[in-house]
Design a protein around this ligand. Sequence first.
Ligand SMILES: [Zn+2]
Length: 292
Amino acid sequence: MDFMKWTVGDVTITKVPELDRVPGMRGLLPDATKEAIAPIDWLRPHFVTEELRMLASIHALVVEAGERRIMVDTCVGNDKKRAYDKWNQMDGPFLHDLEKAGYPRDSIDTVLCTHLHIDHVGWNTMWDGEKWRPTFHKARYLMGKTEYEYWEKEAEEDDGSAMLETGEVFGDSVRPVFEAGLVDLIETDHVICDEVRLIPTVGHTPGHVSVLIESQGETALITGDFMHHPCQIARPEWAAAVDYDSKQSTQTRLDMFERYADTPTLIIGTHFSSPTAGRLVRDGDSYRLDVS
Ligand SMILES: [Zn+2]
């Protein structure tokens, strides 16, 4: 497998896919009907098929900066009991692929979860036959303090009916790393190292963050889920059904597009299918992603 890589000054960012170019998003973005996305022609062929099916990806991004090996988001994971058929008890080659990409799990020193949803925490842990253990046992796991406290409470209150499977997800993918003493609770503007820092992009969840990478005058931004699909670049008001505060998430998108449009900053989408990254440019009174 060839792994997608980007270079930002002295930093490299490698995409390690778990599920790439998979259909799905329609339920997540209810405004993005076929009729509504048809006129946004730059979405084809990378992000929408000729039949107007929206494509998505689930991947981790490994940021290599100096000695640091930082994994941003940890996908769905294997062996997890999940309601959604395609995510239930997966048996995928993610860890093997990670190693092939040059990053055996022992080499990861930092795990950063942009937020604590089901598809961003999965590989935090792995099943050892008896219990869930931290996958990256040599790493510190960075989680937003606000984010952690919110989901901890939600998990306690979940009687098994929560749409996002909060109790189950927190129990198998978040609490075990906390109990192993590997979690640092951080602020939303935390600086990880000289080249990598967080910026708050709340709305999708209460403590959501994005990751800003700066080196040698070059910049990249890993979005997390302040947007899920590039169609939201053209239509920032299209909120995700699972956004915690859709008004806030829309404002965050508008703020971020305003800040980064027509700049050289490489925008790397956490759920964008290949080619996954591009530059934001103004497009009439909206925006588009330039992947050329
Ligand atoms: Zn997500």
